[in-house]
Design a protein around this ligand. Sequence first.
Ligand code: ADP
Ligand code: ADP
Ligand code: ZN
Ligand code: ZN
Length: 756
Amino acid sequence: MGESHTIRIVGAREHNLKDVSLEIPKNTLTVFTGVSGSGKSSLVFDTVAVEAQRQLNATYSWFVRNQLPKYERPHADVIENLSAPVVVDQKPVGGNSRSTVGTMTDIYSVIRALFARHGTPSSGLVSLYSFNDPKGMCPECEGLGKVQRIDPDRVVDRTRSLDEGAILVPWYRVGSPEWQLYATSGRLDPAKTLADYTPEEWHTLLHGSGGPKVKLTTKNSSLDVNYEGLVDRVTRLNLKRDVSTMSEKNREAISAFITEQRCPACDGARLGPAALATRIDGLSIADWCRMEIGDLIGVISRIDDPVAAPIAAAARAALERVAEIGLGYLSLDRATPTLSGGEGQRLKLVRHLGSTLTGMTYLFDEPSTGLHPRDVGRLGDLLRALRDQGNTVLVVEHDPDVIAMADHIVDVGPRAGVHGGEIVFQGSYEELRTADTLTGRGLRAAAQPRTRFREPRGKLAVENATVHNLKNVSVTVPTGVLTVVTGVAGSGKSSLISEAFMSAHPESIYVDQSPIAASSRSTPATYLGVMDPLRKLFAKTNNVAPGLFSANSAGACEDCQGRGAVITEIAYMDPVTAHCETCDGRRFKDEVLAHTVRGKSIADVLEMSAEDAVAFFEEKTLRDKTRALVEVGLGYLTIGQPLSTLSGGERQRIKLAVQLNRSGSVYVLDEPTTGLHMSDVATLVRLLDTLVDQGNTVVVVEHNLDVVKEADWIIDLGPEGGKGGGEIVFTGTPEELLSATGSGSLTGEHLRRYLG
Ligand code: ADP
Ligand code: ADP
Ligand code: ZN
Ligand code: ZN
């Protein structure tokens, strides 16, 4: 890989890119801007990152190469002077229940070394502190920190007697041999309602043992067995057993009777007794890991033993990087599957900052997601630190504060989809501010706060919420208006809204960014219910059967089964997708494609953007369904594009699209501006306004000040993250927030600065 000072790209044509040529300066921080769908990801991830990874893989031996996913060469004439890529994205961090903040950042291994060498009593052995090592793990929970228990409250219905079917486990139904163990063994009265049992009877039912054997009879045989309480028996036969030998159906049934609890042996610490007995200044390694990182820094900085000092300093430096990026409210024992996408991405960033590798290309996808304006500055410092270590840093980002920190900006546009795919500007931030592009105009636009507030029609209460860090929070959310919930990351917004509010008002519609449970064949068209009427339209026009136009019918391409792509599953790897050569990605056989409506084949229609489809369809149902995509700002999406290619923000908006045109609903959205350009945010705000004007209640968790200023009502949480947060700092209109100086609201401070 060359020594030249720029990455050179000639003729890039991936997705909507229009034969794009450009040079990206190396060893600088370059930010890619542009409206959603303009082609930023196609350029940065699908062209630069894919080609860099492909070239890197080519340097390995044949044997290693065979184990790696195959990358197809991106559509471009030349891509040169690349360096080894590191993609830091928002994909969930290790879904593994053994992965924690401590293990994924490698900070835990430094701390283990500290305890092994300097704890008392000193144990010498580092693996003793590893909960992923049999020597170190708690024997009770095998290092998971939690255990599964059969929950007595779920296996029986206390309002019934045994004769009335009080036992809820399906294979213990009235009359079965299992049921006889309790109902006909003479130990319990089968007609007595369980709620009336004495403590002794309860014990007999759930945990009893001993006494004479019980005869269980089936139609043609009988069997003498030892008496055993219901919970003990289900635990022994169904929970402690190797689940792989159980049928899918029984495994599913049993999961309804299980609760997960913190392991009583290690109290959730995952470690065995020897490791937990070792202390530094009276605290065990588990105590350290339970603490918020911000507090742990204080504990470590008090270590003054000169021998321990170098390791302590290394641990402290790593912890400070986590705190600097606004994640000081996390603890090292936090399981990574519970982190949000933004939190996970920032932790990955921290891990790379500790690396001494240089000359890499780092690629980030909207690293400001989930960050309060207060913390965006620190994020910029870390990105610059990565650059200063001798790396090239490429960032796709919409946040004006991050854009302002760039050494170089590439603006992709002018608009989305077929109207985008060109480089409309390259240069410095100062130059961009005067450029005639949507980004340049967005940066110049003076923000105005809302002055006309809608009147609430009623209110929905959350009372005494204590989820996670919430400090007994009671608050009311006004109905019939737009409420924005703000606060720094970790202050408790999601805990309050996604958990406390949603469980108090379960009829609310939660529209999040999680993957859509769908098959590899799902597309916006299938998701919105466009396919059925579309097949009928083609069938009627051409006088053939509708089934012919189904992607899993006889009309489908045989080589890709109508997927348009050939998918290869490799153990332990992401599946690899390759273009289907037979149908050239068009999914159907030629004879099917010969049938047209107004000159377009079904493949032509599925390749249209939502916007173009609205213009093409004359049929009302089809037009209305596709128009919903345009209304949520996804007009640029190809209606036949696999849902798996959508970003989190796009998934969230497509979920919203199927919910439109209701009235009297409560919509809850978590950070809907993710992935949105400044000019798209205006579209989103208009959509939220429309929902409210149609008689709905809208509650959004959001940092974007362009949304905050549009709120009818603001609920600000804080003041800080973690245990320093969890309180309501302010409630009221944006105007009141602006004038509430000294309220301690960081959001107020930043809104004031923004509206300047
Ligand atoms: P951005 O990153 O600027 O939001 P993208 O590069 O993701 O934009 O998308 C650019 C265009 O390419 C859009 O029209 C999008 O719908 C299309 N596109 C993106 N990914 C795929 C894909 N895997 N298959 C087909 N079209 C895609
Ligand atoms: P926000 O939405 O404002 O970023 P959260 O509600 O996600 O804040 O987090 C509030 C606090 O609760 C933080 O200290 C966070 O670490 C903690 N928390 C959030 N989710 C979990 C979880 N699944 N397990 C343990 N702690 C959690
Ligand atoms: Zn345990
Ligand atoms: Zn095919």
